[in-house]
Design a protein around this ligand. Structure first.
Ligand SMILES: *Cc1c(COP(=O)(O)O)cnc(C)c1O
Length: 396
């Protein structure tokens, strides 16, 4: 891979130079007061990015997967029932983790390419009159299929059923790039990681936890030590961790929160929408289709693009890397070989997106697909020209 080229995988994402430099710092004593100047801006910054006033923020040296585990083990007890939808590899893995933790998962199967079936959730919650379901799991953005789900709708389903279950949301590939409203949606636990919207290397699991979830944690008995939020809270109160914090990554997180908040969250979301829409116009011009079935579920952080039957979509990723030093995402699980993915989240601009679309187009022509050179790029250019001017005008 040529490091001059941006990556178009849905995480890890490209790093802004300021974030990379912020991570690159000399060793410091993490028990010195100087660490407080890194820790507290990170906690406050993440809370703002989640659009929350009061969520407790936790940062663990881990990845999104560790964040899932922290979400479960701090709120639930062995044998508890949870309700979850499976519509791609990431929701599938979280369900698998629940099962391995001895939870009883009520799975709502959803065709890959569709969002969470909110009506099926409401039905399951209404049927659970004894309130044995303790948590509802929702993957906000299925990174495998490029499908966004309606978290506000899941909250409405819980409220309509008058059900007290906690709402645990995987926002790993949405938070920091797509609108996420912790307070407004009544989210109890939000999970993300450092290497997607936050534009950092992998290495941090980042969680927001509601007061209600903290109370549930007081009696939850799943085993936890490394991921115990109560231990972490005590550490934070003393400007420290219960163990050694990853200081450089956290200094990077402080910077990336600053960049996101300086750009303005709504501008960040609009930029992601614009980049994504350019990619969608290109896909349309290529005569291809998204895995996401309908516009209301289109993800603004990743597009999974179906290739014609009989063609191995993974070849696109292989040839792009081999011949053009450019990284795209392969299809995962049920859609392996059937889709390739273009990640369009993090530190990306219209100009960078055009380079990715240009290479994807060359690779498809090289592989004999019926795609015309320049067709997708032109469609995206046409959209970016107008979108960019409008957005700049709106910002002034
Ligand atoms: C990337 C991702 C994860 C897993 O995160 P890791 O950091 O790889 O452990 C979980 N959920 C979603 C939706 C993701 O995109």
């Amino acid at each position: 891979m040529n490091p001059q080229n941006p990556v178009f995988i849905p995480g890890p994402t490209n790093m802004p130079e300021a974030v990379r430099l912020a991570c690159h710092m000399p060793t410091m004593d993490h028990r010195s007061p100087a660490f407080a100047d890194i820790l507290h801006p990170c906690l406050d910054g993440v809370r703002h990015v989640l659009k929350s006033e009061s969520a407790e923020i936790f940062i663990f040296p881990s990845t999104g997967t560790g964040g899932w585990e922290a979400a479960l083990s701090n709120t639930l007890s062995p044998g508890d029932t949870v309700l979850a939808a499976r519509n791609g590899v990431f929701s599938h893995r979280w369900i698998d983790m629940c099962q391995r933790h001895g939870l009883d998962v009520q799975v709502v199967e959803v065709p890959w390419g569709r969002g969470i079936d909110v009506a099926a959730y409401e039905e399951a919650l209404r049927a659970d009159t004894g309130h044995s379901i303790k948590a509802v799991l929702a993957t906000h953005n299925e990174t495998a299929t490029g499908v966004k789900s309606d978290i506000a709708g899941v909250r409405r389903a819980l409220d309509a059923a008058g059900h007290p279950a906690l709402l645990l949301v995987d926002g790993v590939s949405s938070i920091g790039s797509m609108d996420f409203r912790f307070d407004e949606w009544g989210v109890d636990v939000a999970v993300t990681g450092s290497q997607k919207g936050f534009m950092l290397p992998a290495g941090l699991a980042i969680l927001g936890i509601s007061e209600k979830a903290v109370r549930a944690g007081a009696t939850a008995t799943l085993p936890r030590t490394y991921f115990d939020t109560a231990d972490m809270s005590k550490g934070y109160a003393a400007n420290a961790f219960p163990y050694t914090p990853p200081v450089g990554l956290m200094n990077g997180l402080k910077m990336s929160c600053g960049l996101l908040l300086d750009e303005g969250l709504e501008n960040v979301f609009a930029r992601h929408h614009r980049m994504a829409e350019g990619v969608r116009r290109a896909v349309d011009a290529w005569g291809l289709e998204l895995c996401a079935e309908t516009p209301e579920v289109y993800s603004d952080s990743v597009s999974a693009i179906r290739t014609p039957a009989g063609f191995d979509a993974t070849d696109i990723v292989t040839v792009a890397a081999r011949d053009y030093d450019m990284a795209f995402g392969v299809g995962l699980g049920e859609v392996a070989g059937k889709v390739f993915r273009i990640g369009h989240l993090g530190a990306l601009t219209d100009a960078m997106m055009l380079s990715g679309l240009g290479v994807a187009e060359m690779v498809m022509v090289d592989l004999g697909l019926d795609v015309t050179l320049g067709s997708g790029v032109a469609a995206a250019q046409d959209y970016y020209r107008h979108g960019n001017a409008q957005q700049k005008a709106a910002a002034e």
